[in-house]
Design a protein around this ligand. Structure first.
Ligand code: AMP
Length: 449
C-alpha cells in the first residue's frame, strides 16, 4: 500500500511527500483507513512504529474535509502522558497544519497558566495537551468541548498508570457531541484499566494490535552485563561509552539524583553529557531536549522521563545503568533507539538490586537471557538464587519438606508492578501519599505531566 492509495486530501499528501514517506507503516495502513471511515479505535503497536502519524493524518483529513460541529470549540484534542511527548506530537502536527488555515496549540503542565488562557481564547482547532492542565482549564471554563469531533489518547495506559483517570473522564464527559470520534492508543491492550476505560469512552471500537507492543524489535540488539555494585557499573559505563560506536546515547538511571551525578562524572571524563531530570523547571527541560536533539550533546542521562515516545533519530545506543522499576518501561527505554528501521544497541547492567526487575523483563520478553561480559571487567555477581522458604521447624522431617521455590515472574502480557521495591544501586525516594493532579504535573517521580 502507498500513501497515494489512501485518498488523502491534497495538502496532506503534499506534507507526506515533503517528509519523504511513500509507504504507510503497518499501524498506519490499518489505523488511517479505519479512522477515516469514522470508526472509534483501540490500537497498540510497537514503539517507533509510526503511531503518531497514524492518528495525526486521519485527524487532519477529518478537519479539512468536514464542516466543524461548532464554530468556537476545538475540533481535535490529543492527550499524552508527558510534556516531552506532547511537544513531539505537536511538532509533527504543525508540519501538517502549516499549509492549512487551522490553528494548533500546546497546553502543558508547568507552564504559565494565564498565557494558556489567552491562547485558548483564540479558539484553536487542535489542542495537544497533558491531561491535568487541560482538565484545569476545562474546570475553569476557559474553553468548552461540546463541539469536539475527535478525542485522541496517546499512551492511554501510561496516563492511567499515572493516575489521570479522573481528568480523562472529565474531558470525555465534556466532549459530549454524539458525532464525536475517539482514538485510543496504548502500549498494551492487555491492561485491565485501559479496557474498562475503553468501554466508557469508545463506541463499537475497532481493535488494532500490530505484532504486540512487547514483541522483539529486530532492529535493536540487546545485551545484558552482570555488575557487582555502583563502582563496577561506572567502570562498565566508561568502557562502553569509549568502546562502542554510536551517534548519540541515552543512559537511564533509577533516580533523579543519579542523573546529575553520572552526567557530572562523565563530563569530568570528557564525555559530552547532559542530565535531564524532573527537578529542572520546564524551560530548562525544553532547552536540554532541544540541544540534545540538535546534536549539541552526545549523551543524555535521564530517568524514565525520556523513556516514552520521544523520537530522537540519532540515538543509536541506550544504556540501562539501572534496570527500570516498571517492567514495561524497559521496552520503551530501548525503543529510543532502532527507530524507523535504523539499527540500535541496547545495553543493560544487572546488579543485585536489579535482579528482580531483570527477571521480570526476561518474563516480559518471553526468553531466557544470557549475559555477556567484558574481559577486563568481569563481575563476581552471578545472579540471585531463587528464594528459599524459611523452615519453621528444624525437625529433619520438616526440613525435607522445604524445597527451593522459584521467584515468581509474571508473564509477558500481564502488568508487573513492584512499586515499593528499590532497583538500581540508589534507593528510590518513596512517595508518602498519592500526589494530586497538579503535583503529578510538576513531578517526575512518575515522569509525567
Ligand atoms: P512514531 O512511532 O510515531 O514515534 O514514529 C517513529 C518514526 O517513524 C518517526 O521518525 C517518524 O517520522 C517515522 N515515520 C512515521 N511514518 C513513517 C512512514 N510511513 N515511513 C517512514 N518513516 C515513518
Amino acid at each position: 500500500m502507498q500513501f497515494s492509495d489512501l485518498g488523502l486530501e491534497r495538502r496532506l499528501m503534499t506534507t507526506v511527500e515533503h517528509l519523504g514517506f511513500t509507504e504507510p507503516t503497518e499501524i498506519q495502513q490499518q489505523a488511517i483507513p479505519a479512522a477515516m471511515q469514522g470508526h472509534d479505535l483501540i490500537a497498540s503497536s510497537k514503539t517507533g512504529s509510526g503511531k503518531t502519524l497514524a492518528f495525526i493524518i486521519p485527524a487532519l483529513q477529518r478537519v479539512v474535509k468536514n464542516r466543524a460541529l461548532s464554530k468556537r470549540d476545538p475540533r481535535v484534542v490529543i492527550l499524552t502522558p508527558t510534556r516531552e511527548l506532547a511537544k513531539q506530537v505537536f511538532s509533527q502536527l504543525r508540519l501538517f497544519t502549516a499549509n492549512t488555515q487551522f490553528k494548533a496549540v500546546l497546553i502543558l503542565g508547568g507552564e504559565n497558566f494565564n498565557d494558556q488562557v489567552k491562547v485558548l481564547e483564540k479558539e484553536p482547532h487542535f489542542i495537544v495537551a497533558t491531561p491535568g492542565r487541560l482538565a484545569d482549564h476545562l474546570t475553569q471554563g476557559h474553553f468548552y468541548l461540546n463541539g469536539l469531533e475527535l478525542l485522541i489518547l496517546d499512551e492511554a495506559d501510561r496516563m492511567l498508570d499515572l493516575g489521570f483517570a479522573k481528568q480523562l473522564s472529565q474531558i470525555n464527559k465534556a466532549a459530549d457531541h454524539r458525532k464525536r470520534q475517539t482514538l485510543l492508543f496504548s502500549a498494551t491492550l492487555d491492561h485491565a484499566q485501559v479496557n474498562d476505560f475503553a468501554k466508557e469512552l469508545l463506541k463499537k471500537p475497532k481493535r488494532i494490535a500490530i505484532g504486540g507492543a512487547f514483541t522483539e524489535h529486530k532492529d535493536i540488539n540487546k545485551r545484558f552485563y552482570l555488575s557487582d555494585n555502583l563502582d563496577h557499573k561506572e567502570a562498565l559505563l566508561q568502557h562502553f561509552l569509549t568502546a562502542e560506536k554510536y551517534q548519540q546515547a541515552i543512559i537511564f538511571t533509577a533516580t533523579r539524583s543519579d542523573t546529575e551525578r553520572l552526567a557530572g562524572i562523565l563530563t569530568k571524563q570528557e564525555f559530552n553529557a547532559v542530565a535531564l531530570s524532573g527537578e529542572l523547571n520546564q524551560s530548562q527541560r525544553n532547552q536540554i531536549m532541544e540541544s540534545f536533539s540538535k546534536g549539541q550533546h552526545k549523551i543524555l542521562v535521564t530517568t524514565d522521563l525520556a523513556s516514552r515516545g520521544l523520537d530522537l533519530v540519532n540515538v543509536s545506543l541506550v544504556i540501562n545503568f539501572d534496570m527500570p522499576k516498571h517492567t514495561e518501561e524497559f521496552i520503551h527505554r530501548i525503543g529510543r533507539t532502532g527507530r524507523a528501521g535504523s539499527q540500535g544497541d541496547a545495553i543493560a547492567f544487572v546488579g543485585p538490586k536489579d535482579w528482580l526487575s531483570f527477571k521480570n523483563v526476561e518474563g516480559l520478553l518471553e526468553q531466557t537471557i544470557s549475559f555477556e561480559q567484558v574481559d577486563s571487567l568481569k563481575a563476581k555477581f552471578k545472579g540471585l538464587k531463587p528464594k528459599k522458604i524459611k523452615a519453621k521447624s528444624t525437625s529433619s522431617k520438616a526440613k525435607s519438606r522445604v524445597k527451593e521455590q522459584p521467584i515468581k515472574v509474571k508473564k509477558a502480557t500481564k502488568k508487573v508492578f513492584h512499586a515499593a521495591q528499590d532497583v538500581g544501586d540508589m534507593p528510590i525516594i518513596k512517595r508518602k501519599k498519592p500526589l494530586s493532579a497538579q503535583q503529578l504535573e510538576d513531578s517526575d517521580l512518575n515522569e509525567a505531566d
